[in-house]
Design a protein around this ligand. Structure first.
Ligand code: KIV
Length: 274
């Protein structure tokens, strides 16, 4: 990003940009966004990747989890974010049960790209997604595979807890990440896993890995924007830092997050899991 006469000029961020960052060991910043105003502000502060997460069910709609979010909700919010930020890489979540078969996933993913303006779709799951990822990749739909804590499986998991702590679960996550890369995934997002496991995944994959609660070794970091601004009520998860607490305004807080991700000071040990 270059600043000229107080105006911010952004350059287009693509999957190739992220791949280049990974090869140069440069970290990149990602935040969730759900509307045009935040998207514009985040992009101007230097955030390279915006995620229209199905967390919108909780932080925008006030639901207790992400399960009620529909594909129509996702398209609506992706479109708003795209209008506010034409140049960032835009990832949009495939909502709960929108990928029950590879064909259904292809139909919904193509709507997120064509109607929502997303560049990449994110799907939660491991081995079950191999055929789906391979179909999407073959049809030119970029995929981010979400591993570790899968919020759409909250009922099965019985809560939001750290994943991959025992040896077998850790091996499964590494195996899933490698298989999904081979199937054609372009990115992996790792949520709530011990640092050492994330390090292994990052080292074994050629594609960039975005972490949330996955430690400092990830190629990029993501947080829910309302969490890092201290807006979300209740006790924040361990991996969240409130960047607004130290800064006078939202733009400065987001710029501080971007800088902390790039220079490796966020996440710090107190935001990580063993
Ligand atoms: O929906 C979301 O915001 C996400 C992040 C928690 C990574 O998937």
């Amino acid at each position: 990003m270059t600043a000229v006469d107080n105006q911010t000029i952004t350059t287009l961020v693509t999957l190739r940009t992220l791949q280049k960052y990974k090869s140069q060991h440069d970290r990149f910043a990602c935040l969730t966004a759900y509307d045009a105003s935040y998207a514009r502000l985040l992009a101007a502060a230097g955030v390279e990747v915006l995620l229209v997460g199905d967390s919108l069910g909780m932080v925008i709609q006030g639901q207790t989890n992400t399960l009620p979010v529909t594909i129509a909700d996702m398209i609506y919010h992706a479109r708003c974010v795209r209008r506010g930020s034409p140049d960032t890489l835009l990832i949009a979540d495939m909502p709960f049960m929108s990928d029950m078969t590879p064909i259904q996933a292809l139909g919904n993913a193509s709507r997120l790209l064509a109607e929502g303006g997303a560049n990449v779709v994110k799907l939660e799951g491991g081995a079950r997604l191999l055929d789906t990822v391979s179909l999407l990749a073959g049809r030119g739909v970029p995929v981010c595979a979400h591993l570790g804590l899968l919020p759409q499986s909250v009922n099965k998991l019985g809560g939001y807890s750290v994943q991959g702590r025992d040896a077998q679960a850790a091996r499964q996550i590494v195996q899933d990440a490698q298989d999904l890369e081979r199937a054609g995934a372009d990115l992996v997002l790792l949520e709530c896993v011990p640092n050492a496991l994330a390090e292994e995944v990052v080292a074994r994959l050629k594609i960039p890995v975005i972490g949330i609660g996955a430690g400092p070794s990830c190629d990029g970091q993501v947080l829910v924007v309302y969490d890092m601004l201290g807006i979300t009520p209740g006790k924040p998860p361990r991996f969240v830092k409130n960047f607004l607490a130290d800064y006078g305004d939202v733009q400065q807080a987001v710029a501080a997050y971007v800088e902390a991700v790039r220079n490796g000071t966020f996440p710090a040990p107190e935001h990580c899991f063993k």
